[in-house]
Design a protein around this ligand. Structure first.
Ligand code: BG6
Length: 500
């Protein structure tokens, strides 16, 4: 990323209007990301942030709160000079976004700010609010003509959940598309901003050793695990209507799956990449009633020990009913029915309150015939390529070699090219990359509508199955790696989850 190259261009100037300026997302993710962009000299000279909130407060008071949040959530230490550069660009603007008149006033405010900050009429409208407000705000922007500001470009940024199912997602999309064109809508999937997710295409398409083996001919199975130690915390209300399928599988996991399995795009343009990703989701084999029964595992955590402390079960969490049937864990076996992948299973798992926090993709290559070295006493360890997303970030590769300390032994060598990255590590946070891309108009790391639509088609069926069948929850204790059936899912196929 070249700072000066972009900073000098006028089309990088903008006002970023954050609806939900006093909310969690803004404090934890957006402002720290903006601060780190200032730190890395990626924020253009002519740039302003207008944070919208209902509460009455001055910009000074607002900035004091942001300053406190930055101390906690920024990956770089806060320096006086960088903070000054960000602070002087932030404006707190009080208004109730459910009232139309407020938009007319906001329009006047933004036009004046444009003149003062030389932001060229470019606007980013970031909806960091609960999804039930998306339509109201977009309508407000439309009626006040804020969305058609002709002097510059207008971009709409929308956080998940994008609908609750295919029908509601379509309805929402129809509303958005009446006001903004598809190219101006940036649907955030923050996993796509993570370094190692962006690295999937580089690893595949820049290494002949991987790409030439990347198919059902050489790959035995693929495992994608997004495991979390956290419970739902204060988000019980949201999670109750979501569950692991809507929260993680429909978006983050299917996006990762599509990057792992896609064909090489014809070039690196946004739509070429998105088109190949879409084809993967469309090729996911339809789940028959038998597949739903045998290839899908749901779980919900009960109380248990995490890092030596007793934690409550999901049903005891705030805003969760004591008989909740929501899944906090899902494991799936999927097949991608295309020429490259037919027959190779993709195992997926994600869950809350698991015994380990890790996000990784394991590519297990097929074993060699059990002759020669593997004939009798040597057990064959498969070649494994592990793409570590977090907390380790990097790549692990396992291959076999001679054990030099003995005469006849074979041993697996584990090559690790990764580093540990906690929130204060040195790897840029996903939101930094995503905000920067929004600013320069690169939508590659955002989901196109047809990708979201195809993902809902897959997820809807699985969610409907969960909803019509009562599972006996809770079925795993906090601090374990999920329900027993999740292990059986692989054991039935003679495989196991890799915990490298
Ligand atoms: C969010 C989910 O999209 O992703 C959360 O709503 C989840 O429930 C989070 O905890 C995980 O993201 P990360 O970046 O912490 O792995």
């Amino acid at each position: 990323m070249q700072t000066e190259q972009y900073n000098s261009k006028n089309d990088l100037t903008a006002i970023m209007v954050i609806f939900g300026g006093t909310g969690d997302l803004t404090h934890r993710k957006l402002m720290p990301a903006l601060y780190n962009l200032v730190h890395d000299k990626l924020i253009p000279e002519h740039f302003a942030v207008v944070s919208i909130g209902r509460r009455d407060k001055t910009t000074e008071e607002y900035n004091d709160e942001i300053f406190e949040a930055l101390q906690i959530y920024s990956r770089n230490k806060i320096s006086e000079s960088c903070w000054r550069k960000l602070r002087e660009r932030i404006h707190y603007y009080q208004f109730d976004f459910t009232k139309q008149q407020g938009y007319e006033d906001l329009k006047i405010f933004l036009e004046e700010l444009d003149k003062k900050m030389h932001t060229g009429g470019n606007r980013i409208y970031y909806l960091a609010v609960a999804p039930e407000y998306f339509e109201t705000i977009v309508q407000g922007l439309h009626v006040s003509k804020l969305s058609q500001n002709a002097k510059g470009w207008n971009r709409l940024i929308i956080e998940k959940p994008f609908g609750k199912d295919l029908a509601t997602a379509r309805k929402l999309n129809d509303k958005l598309i009446e006001v903004f064109d598809e190219k101006s809508i940036y649907r955030i999937d923050h996993y796509l901003g993570k370094e190692m997710i962006q690295n999937i295409m580089v690893l595949r398409f820049c290494n002949s050793v991987f790409e030439s083996l990347w198919s059902n001919k050489f790959i035995d199975n693929v495992q994608i695990s997004l495991n979390e130690k956290h419970g739902v915390g204060s988000r019980g209300g949201y999670y109750e209507n979501s569950g692991a399928m809507r929260d993680m599988v429909q978006n983050h996991i299917l996006q990762i799956l599509s990057l792992v399995a896609m064909e090489p795009p014809v070039n690196l343009k946004t739509d070429s990449i998105r088109t190949e990703k879409l084809k993967v989701i469309q090729a996911i084999e339809e789940l028959t009633p038998e597949a739903l029964r045998d290839h899908i595992v749901f779980g919900q955590y009960g109380k248990g020990m995490i890092d030596g402390a007793l934690v409550p079960g999901y049903r005891q969490e705030e805003k969760v009913p004591p008989d909740s049937a929501t899944e906090t864990f899902a494991a799936l076996k999927l097949y991608i029915n295309n020429f490259r992948w037919a027959g190779t299973p993709f195992y997926i798992r994600t869950g809350k309150r698991l015994g380990a926090k890790s996000a990784e993709i394991v590519i297990q290559f097929k074993s060699l015939p059990n002759v020669l070295y593997f004939k009798d006493r040597h057990i064959q360890e498969p070649n494994l390529l592990v793409i570590r997303i977090q907390p380790h970030v990097g790549v692990f590769f396992q291959f076999n070699t001679k054990d030099f300390s003995s005469h006849h032994e074979i041993m697996p060598v584990k090559m690790e090219a990764s580093h540990i990255n906690d929130s204060l590590g040195n790897t840029p946070e996903a939101y930094e990359r995503l905000l920067f891309d929004i600013l320069r108009g690169d939508a590659t790391l955002f989901s196109r509508w047809d990708e979201v639509e195809a993902a809902w088609m897959v997820a809807d069926k699985i969610i409907a199955y969960r909803e019509q069948k009562r599972f006996s929850f809770p079925n795993y204790a906090a601090g374990t790696m999920g329900p027993i059936r999740a292990f059986e899912l692989l054991a039935k196929d003679g495989r196991e989850w890799w915990n490298i």
